[in-house]
Design a protein around this ligand. Structure first.
Ligand SMILES: *[C@@H]1O[C@H](CO)[C@@H](O)[C@H](O)[C@H]1NC(C)=O
Ligand SMILES: *[C@@H]1O[C@H](CO)[C@@H](O)[C@H](O)[C@H]1NC(C)=O
Length: 593
């Protein structure tokens, strides 16, 4: 997951949209940020509930209970491919397969593939050359993949594999992952229990940068494909693998160029579904909840620039450009965006699933969520709870954070110019235009008050001929912006979502030899940051950010993503391989799309 673009885990970056709201659970956030977006919803909702218990002391008799909400898919095990699936399940459970899986992952961790902010083009910036040895490694580790699938390298280091199906009329499956990892901070190397690129295996865990984010995803996919080919599987439906190489910095060089290439080869809306890295599953309210990401927030960095006359500071005006900018920024912070929950919101869907299916949801909370499906009053109560919780409200609403400021060159010179960047994460139900209009209106009266000629996003706002003692300009010149992702459909008739849900359940059960149908609740959720899928919108409307990682519990979480001591639990990695195997077989035999 990207440092600067994604959910929960983020560390701020100087040049790209920075991190999201701070989490009330800093320990947890640090330890397993990857699944944080999904997980925090429930944890924090629980906290929110505790803090606002009084809201639920009032009874509300309005409305129905939303009994139709979040109908769960059935467990979906392969039928035509049942014998093959059984064989592969048995194989994945053996200790010799475990050794292969450990070697595959550890070997990949041992090849450092760091990506950095602001890297120059491939061919210009020598740091990209780190990916050459990684390709060599893959070639040696997965001989069947490389002798069976067609490999095209896009922009030198982007990997596009095509496993041609026998039926060209079926839309392909696209599995995505990224090759790059977050750089290891050299000053922290001595804090690693095992060196960051050692791939050390301690009998349970593989240690090192990328072991979890996202080499477990990439190697998990290739391990599944290698194993399927070894078992003589030949797909009916084409399978495409797309592995970018700068997801942690921007994605432009990797997934950005892969997306364009894939669109030129297969066309627009040409994939049945896309599965990229994302959340996994964890225990919430006494139930196991899997949270595939069906949406991502957008972002916009608003550059606020003020100019005013310069001169010597000994004869100053009442307000310098820095003073005016300060007033504007204070005004921003005094007027945060309103958080409004609508029933179209992915998080609303997540909450409905929890209320419908999780075992230990407090009664009043459960009732409020269920009633909110029909009752406006209940929806308002839910909204109050969400507003009282910083993390939940940051997932639901548009956020703003002033992240950069600059102005002045000398202590005795009036600053002719001062500027700041306000980083926004845009609510799924909002848009770039809405945020631009909101900010433009927000500062209008201050522009007038300080007699500034005001333009915003290329349009002049202040009246022609009004007195002017300087300028105020809003723009997206700092880094552009990104619309919120289109929301992936999840209804009963959304066949890809239903297939994914059934696959998650079948995988979970198979990994534990469980028989019961309802071992896992699947609750659609969302990312507050971005994955490489931001480049894939044209390829499919069925995009999922999910890789079936076992997020464990707060006592035994995933480790070290984006920080020291990253590791992958081998049992969880084996379950990921099982997931990709099951998904490939289910997609291959479905008649639903
Ligand atoms: C703005 O211009 C008006 C009219 O020229 C003047 O009266 C006022 O003092 C100015 N305000 C500031 C803050 O410069
Ligand atoms: C998606 O398609 C639109 C319209 O053809 C195009 O402008 C845009 O660049 C494409 N997006 C990506 C990420 O390739």
């Amino acid at each position: 997951m990207a440092n600067n673009e994604k959910s929960g885990p983020l560390l701020p970056s100087a040049t790209t949209p920075a991190s999201l709201a701070p989490a009330p659970h800093p320990g947890l956030r640090k330890k397993h940020p990857k699944i944080f977006a999904g997980l925090m919803v429930y944890i924090l909702f629980r906290l929110g509930y505790e803090a606002h218990r009084s809201f639920y002391e009032h009874h509300d008799h309005a409305g129905a209970t939303g009994a139709q909400a979040c109908v769960q898919a059935d467990v979906l095990a392969p039928v035509e491919h049942a014998p093959l699936w059984d064989t592969l399940n048995a194989k994945i459970g053996t200790s010799s397969f475990e050794s292969s899986a450990v070697n595959w992952l550890a070997g990949a961790v041992r090849v450092p593939t760091e990506s950095y902010d602001n890297m120059d083009s491939v061919g210009v910036d020598p740091r990209w050359e780190a990916f050459g040895p990684f390709h060599e490694y893959l070639l040696g580790a997965f001989p069947l993949v490389h002798s069976t699938l067609k490999l095209t390298k896009v922009n030198t280091y982007g990997l596009f594999y095509e496993w041609k199906g026998t039926d060209d009329s079926l839309k392909p499956l696209l599995l995505a992952a990224h090759q790059d990892v977050v750089p290891v901070d050299p000053t922290t190397v001595d804090q690693w229990t095992h060196p960051p690129y050692s791939g050390f295996f301690d009998g349970k865990r593989v240690w090192g940068r990328g072991s979890s984010d996202d080499k477990s995803g990439l190697i998990g996919i290739l391990s599944a494909v290698e194993t399927l080919i070894g078992a003589k599987f030949q797909p009916t439906r084409t399978i495409v693998l797309s592995f970018g190489f700068d997801e942690e910095s921007s994605g432009y060089h990797g997934a950005g160029t892969l997306a364009t290439h894939l669109e030129s080869v297969y066309g627009t809306d040409s994939f049945a579904l896309i599965v990229d890295e994302g959340s996994g599953f964890s225990e919430e309210y006494g139930s196991i909840v899997a949270t595939p990401g069906i949406a991502e927030k957008g972002f916009l960095n608003v550059l606020v620039e003020v100019t005013a006359a310069g001169g010597h500071s000994s004869i100053p005006p009442a307000h310098t450009s820095i003073g005016i900018l300060s007033a504007l920024l204070v005004h921003y912070e005094q007027h945060p965006y309103h958080v409004t929950i609508t029933r179209d919101e992915p998080i609303y869907e997540t909450l409905q699933c929890i209320a419908q299916h999780a075992k230990n949801v407090p009664d009043k909370l459960r009732k409020t969520i269920k009633r909110s499906a029909k009752s406006k009053k209940a929806l308002e109560r839910l909204q109050e709870t969400i507003r009282s919780d910083k993390v939940l409200s940051s997932l639901v609403g548009t956020t703003q954070a002033i992240t950069l400021i600059q102005g002045g060159v000398k202590s005795n010179a009036l600053p002719e110019q001062a500027s700041a960047v306000v980083n926004h994460r845009i609510a799924v139900v909002s848009s770039l235009d809405e945020v631009k209009a909101h900010d433009t209106a927000l500062l209008k009266h201050l522009g007038d008050k300080f007699n500034l000629t005001y333009s915003a996003f290329g349009t002049r706002i202040s009246e022609e001929g009004a007195p002017s003692s300087g300028t105020l300009t809003l723009s997206d010149a700092f880094s552009g912006g990104l619309e919120p992702a289109p929301v992936t459909p999840t209804g009963r008739d959304a066949a890809p979502y239903q297939l994914l849900s059934g696959t998650i359940k079948a995988t979970y059960n198979a990994h534990r030899s469980l028989k019961e149908a309802d071992s896992v609740i699947v609750a659609p959720s969302m990312m507050s940051g971005n994955t490489d899928t931001r480049f894939y919108w044209n390829l499919s409307s069925h995009i999922f950010r999910y890789n079936h990682q076992n997020a464990g519990s707060s006592e035994n979480p995933l480790g070290g993503i984006h920080t020291v001591n990253e590791f992958a639990n081998v049992d969880s990695f084996l379950e990921q391989i099982r997931f990709f195997t099951t998904l490939i077989l289910n997609v291959d035999e479905t008649k639903a799309f």
